[in-house]
Design a protein around this ligand. Structure first.
Ligand code: BTN
Length: 266
């Protein structure tokens, strides 16, 4: 029987470097919650700065484009970081890419190799989906804006829960030694809070090289799915704002939304 490492607030805080500890105003460790993103986006009033929460399970975990995020208890990492903003954010384009870079760096610092990123928000392990990022923004009444970066990482997905995932997926336990979830949470929090500060100064452009070196689809034939539309082309990386550059019939198109999949040879 696998021993479950319960999430522990003190262990997560103790694992943070001093600068990350100073950036974080609060950390909530929850049992079951509907969604860690919703908890921070719609919950109680928060002081200015960054706040985080992490949960053992989510009953209504949110994925991109209205999908459900499979969130069984005690198995994976479900973590969100809130930043209170004085005004509407100038640009949210590129934010989920920045947090993808942060998650990749956190995993690499735990000596997990084979991590790449698929535009706009997928974290892959040996080409299969290991995790994802969901950025959500809301204005609370007339008050400050809230921006939340939600991060899900599959650590030890129980087989029956994984059966509900509609694409090839990976978890850390099946490919590499399983890191404790508390240590993983500390590493992700350290990288995400640092990335958020840097993003405020540089925008996505400051992360572009970090993205390029981990880009899973660059120069590969892909299909872009956006609603009922499918566009075929060759992925040519991302621009300074984090938009995907898709080469179609010799011209580059800037793509702002959609899902991409590798095109199979015909
Ligand atoms: C995706 O579709 O790839 C994004 C998945 C994001 C899931 C995480 S789990 C923690 C946070 N809370 C949520 O409800 N969703 C995000």
């Amino acid at each position: 029987m696998r021993a479950v490492e319960h999430l522990d607030e003190q262990r997560i805080l103790d694992g943070l470097p001093v600068d990350a500890r100073a950036r974080l105003r609060s950390l909530a460790v929850l049992g079951e919650v509907d969604s860690t993103n919703r908890y921070l986006l719609e919950g109680k009033a928060f002081a200015a700065g960054m706040h985080a929460c992490v949960a053992e399970s989510q009953s209504a975990g949110r994925g991109r484009r209205g999908r459900q995020w499979v969130s069984p208890a005690g198995a994976n990492l479900y973590l969100s970081v809130l930043r209170i903003l004085d005004a509407a954010p100038r640009s949210v384009q590129g934010m989920s890419l920045v947090f993808g870079v942060a998650v990749a760096k956190a995993l690499e610092s735990l000596e997990v190799s084979g991590v790449t990123l698929k535009w706009p928000n997928d974290v892959l392990l040996d080409g299969d989906k290991l995790g994802g990022i969901l950025v959500e923004i809301a204005a609370v009444g007339a008050g400050p804006w809230r921006a939340v970066a939600g991060i899900g990482i599959n650590v030890h997905m129980p087989g029956d829960a994984g059966a509900g995932i509609d694409q090839p997926w990976a978890d850390l336990a099946s490919r590499v030694a399983r890191p404790g979830r508390n240590r993983l949470a500390s590493r992700v929090l350290a990288e995400v809070t640092a990335a958020w500060e840097r993003f405020a100064d540089t925008g996505f452009d400051g992360f572009r090289r970090d993205w390029d070196s981990r880009d899973a689809v660059r120069d590969r034939a892909v299909e872009l799915h956006d609603g009922s539309q499918v566009l075929e082309g060759t992925a040519r990386g991302v621009d300074a704002d984090g938009a995907l550059l898709l080469e179609v019939d010799g011209a580059h198109r800037r793509i702002l939304s959609g899902d991409i999949s590798l095109r199979l040879a015909r």
